[in-house]
Write a protein that binds this ligand. Sequence first.
Ligand SMILES: CCCCCCCCCCCCCC(=O)SCCNC(=O)CCNC(=O)[C@H](O)C(C)(C)COP(=O)(O)OP(=O)(O)OC[C@H]1O[C@@H](n2cnc3c(N)ncnc32)[C@H](O)[C@@H]1OP(=O)(O)O
Length: 182
Amino acid sequence: MTLTPPDTPPAPAAVDDGWRPLDAHPVGRTIAAFATRSFVANDPHGDRLRIRYEARAAAVPHATAAQPAELRAEVWFGPKAEGPPGHAHGGSVAAVLDEAMGLAVWLAHRAAVAAHIEVDFRNPVPLGLTGRVETTAGPADERKSSVSARLVGPDGTVYGEATGIFVLLGERHAGRFRGGGA
Ligand SMILES: CCCCCCCCCCCCCC(=O)SCCNC(=O)CCNC(=O)[C@H](O)C(C)(C)COP(=O)(O)OP(=O)(O)OC[C@H]1O[C@@H](n2cnc3c(N)ncnc32)[C@H](O)[C@@H]1OP(=O)(O)O
């Protein structure tokens, strides 16, 4: 007995496009551990934001102009992300884009913090949307990397676009961004 009607075309063979969960990569494991504590990603079962990162091996560990780092995420905006009625708060959209850009730079180069970001809100994000964040981190000089990101819906709608300058952490920042908390 088959559950497939005879006129249904066979499912296309799965194509391995190289994307893996972030923690499947050596550098990505450290980054994924950081993300379990971060403002954006720390509540994967909550009602605000749920986000899952993936990376492509070719991007790790050093991006070049010809081969930029590729980190992407699937993100869900839940009811507690509300800003305008029924829609996501701009801060939640900006935070998602900010974090994804930071992690993309980290994946491509090393840990970095945002020095400057710009966000364009292209369309209001309906609560309940599951969208995709795509990032592109280019090459870095000794101190910084530029990076861009966008949030796209399943139908191709672009909800937000961002660019950023991320400063790579080095000796001069020793102690400034230590872990901790109260
Ligand atoms: C294991 C590790 C744990 C930590 C992990 C953290 C991961 C986080 C993951 C992601 C989380 C999500 C992400 C987040 O939310 S990160 C959180 C939000 N960001 C911050 O809290 C950062 C606060 N700011 C600072 O601490 C300092 O200002 C930094 C460190 C950023 C720079 O101070 P520093 O004294 O070090 O730098 P510099 O002055 O020598 O400048 C260096 C270069 O950068 C250029 N520049 C500087 N500022 C700007 C600007 N505003 N626009 C354009 N360009 C700027 C500058 O011209 C120079 O370029 P050049 O002259 O070399 O060409």
